[in-house]
Design a protein around this ligand. Structure first.
Ligand code: NAI
Length: 617
């Protein structure tokens, strides 16, 4: 078959069944699909060279999964009735990306750039992902934090078209039907769900939470190769306690205070159960729930289904990997190091819990030994037995230390606390700008040769300390990673402690192995893998974490570690599937190298596939 002789495939019921069967038994999103109508409701792009569709003309141009815009070839234009619907020139994808980048660069504000990207995703998915993967470092701040935060705050004002699954707490009976719009049981790999209560440091955004789920899924595809048509963004609209939204006549969510208690729990539970019935293979990623709900929900489901909470597990995992990389420089065992967490809210406690899990699972410490190494300090001071019960949250309580060593100091004073604990690692998740003063850092430097300091609060203006100050105060001895990008400071590239280094890889590994659950051991392997990729292992002057430019490779490496651990734990459900190419069972390769290739071969990439016309027969 040549370019000038396009093929048409008659789709009989049998072919249709065969194609569907290939999708059903494929280990990943990489099987052929057909697109365009009631029977052909799925519109997946594929890693295979062909895509089948019976759409033509404007309908084809309006389908973001199939549209190639000016890259449709002349034979395709002829075959799919696109002649006169496009200007004469035929562009390559690279040319389209350059043009789109030019248009993007001309826009005067970040919010307009964000809207431009969103609109492109709705028009031409391949072009959108080709554009953002080429310029990921630059565009991250537009498609994710902080600009996506602005877009979410103004969600109802900026609304143009729906872009996810909106589930209403007042109509739990509609959950199953709502999910049914997204395809058959084998069509979905990954679901990101939020109730919009704790968005990106901007708090309760109600129904606008849908836009954090779409942003996270875009990163799952761009960084983790998850197929963009095999995902669902879901918002659980439970009302909002945000007065501004409640008083905004344009607000598009439930206009009442948040529903809580049993009704909320039942709603979440019905959603989870509906997903298990409807899309039994899909991973559920919980995103930006309020802190207490986030922990409860994760605790409830993590041993039952493949699920993940990025705010708790992702933040903790990337931070642990950063610490491990830094400890490589200081030549210290994680077992021996003392960590002081300043700010023990959802991020702080999440990080502390992940560190404990890691010390137990990797360093084989007891829980008591692990907790002994970690100190939490929050707004009322260091969490010790001296603090009244009402000043300590349920999640902070397990980290309570005996107050005896601190009896003679002011436990609300960071410098004094540092003087007693003598921490090797100081982490900031307090949103208190400038809390790590020169005095605090000088005190820490008295006891450790190379202090490890991670001011993680975001945005930049909230950082507990600026990297240039930390470098100056410690004569360059500090090992530092920050919550926001700082680029190069005093000739040193500053590592960004960004969750995107880890969650796409964990998600991809969970999807490809079809793991029955995402275990602490799998996360521990992901941490080891990321730490092993730290540039600091080659040269102590290098940043603690790799470059975002290498994110696809990093995600594949992390996914490989997760897949192999899931297999070792006997949780890799994919090994129970038949391959679509034959009746043989799918086997995850045993060797790391082969498994890495197996993972990479299944990652979706933004490339145009050849379209084959299907006609019903
Ligand atoms: P949060 O509001 O739940 O926690 C902040 C905590 O700091 C609260 O417990 C608060 O009581 C405490 N705090 C306030 N004033 C204090 C003081 N003077 N001394 C000690 N503690 C004090 O917020 P969340 O979600 O935990 O986030 C905290 C920060 O971490 C945010 O700026 C967020 O952007 C950042 N973050 C960074 C991540 C990363 O680097 N990958 C990931 C997640 C969050």
């Amino acid at each position: 078959m040549t370019e000038s002789d396009p093929e048409t495939v008659a789709i009989t019921d049998r072919t249709l069944r065969a194609l569907h069967n290939r999708i059903k038994t494929s280990p990943s999103a990489s099987s052929a699909d057909i697109a365009g109508g009631s029977d052909f409701s799925r519109t997946s792009l594929t890693r295979e060279p062909l895509q089948y569709t019976y759409l033509e003309g404007k309908q084809l141009l309006n389908n973001p999964s199939l549209n190639k815009g000016s890259a449709f070839s002349y034979p395709e234009r002829r075959q799919f009735k696109l002649e006169c619907l496009l200007p004469t020139a035929v562009n390559t994808l690279e040319e389209q990306v350059d043009r789109a980048y030019g248009q993007y660069s001309m826009l005067p504000s970040d919010l307009l750039k964000n809207a431009f990207c969103q609109s492109m995703k709705e028009q031409n998915q391949v072009l959108y992902y080709a554009l953002i993967t080429k310029h990921l470092e630059e565009m991250m701040k537009i498609i994710y934090t902080p600009t996506q935060g602005d877009a979410i705050m103004h969600y109802s004002k900026l609304f143009r078209r729906p872009n996810g699954c909106y589930l209403n707490i007042n109509r739990p009976d509609l959950i199953e039907a709502g999910l049914s719009h997204w395809g058959r049981s084998e069509d979905i790999d990954y679901i990101v769900v939020s109730d919009g209560e704790g968005i990106l440091g901007i708090g309760d955004q109600g129904v606008g939470g849908i836009a954090i789920t779409t942003a996270k899924l875009a990163l799952m595809t761009a960084c983790g190769g998850i197929h963009p048509d095999r995902v669902i963004p879901v918002v659980l609209d439970c009302g909002t306690n945000n007065k501004e939204l409640l008083n905004d006549p344009l607000y598009m969510g439930n206009r009442h205070e948040r529903v809580s208690g049993e009704e909320y729990d039942n709603f979440v539970d019905r959603f989870v159960k509906a997903v298990r019935v409807k899309f039994r293979e899909a991973v559920i990623h919980f995103e930006d729930f309020g802190t207490s709900n986030a922990y409860r929900i994760l605790d409830k489901y993590m041993d039952e289904i493949p699920c993940f909470n990025d705010d708790i597990q992702g933040t903790g995992a990337v931070t642990m990997a950063t610490i491990k990389a830094a400890l490589h420089v200081t030549k210290m065992s994680p077992k021996d190091c003392k960590i002081l967490m300043f700010g023990a809210g959802s991020a702080g406690v999440g990080i502390a819990s992940q560190i404990v899990d890691n010390l137990i699972n990797v360093e084989h410490m007891t829980e008591e030994e692990a907790r002994d190494r970690i100190f939490l300090m929050d707004r009322y001071g260091l969490i010790t037995s001296a603090l009244p019960a009402d000043k300590v949250t349920d999640h902070q309580r397990p980290f309570t230390h005996d107050n005896a060593p601190f009896e003679n100091i002011d436990i609300t004073d960071l410098k004094s606390v540092v003087g007693v604990i003598k921490p090797d690692v100081l982490i900031g998740a307090s949103t208190q700008a400038g809390a790590f003063t020169k005095e605090v850092v000088d005190e820490m430097s008295k006891y450790v040769e190379r202090p490890i300091i991670l001011p993680l609060s975001n945005p930049t203006k909230l950082h507990e300390a600026k990297p240039d100050d930390l470098i100056e105060w410690t004569d360059g001895k500090v090992l530092v990673a920050t919550g926001s990008p700082f680029g190069v400071v005093h000739g040193r590239k500053i590592a960004e402690n960004n969750n995107m280094f880890i969650f796409p890889g964990i998600g991809l590994g969970a999807v490809l192995s079809r793991t029955r659950k995402i275990t602490k051991k799998q996360i521990a392997c992901a941490i080891e893998e990321l730490a092993s990729l730290s540039p600091v292992l080659i040269n102590p002057e290098n940043p603690l974490l790799p470059s975002i430019k290498d994110i696809e490779y990093i995600s594949a490496r992390i996914a490989t570690a997760v897949v192999l651990k899931s297999k070792e734990e006997g949780l890799a459900h994919v090994e129970e599937h038949a391959s679509y190419a034959s009746d043989d069972l799918i086997r995850i390769p045993d060797s790391y190298e082969e498994c890495f290739e197996w993972v990479r071969s299944q990652m979706w990439k933004p490339e145009y596939r050849r379209l084959v016309r299907a006609r019903l027969s």
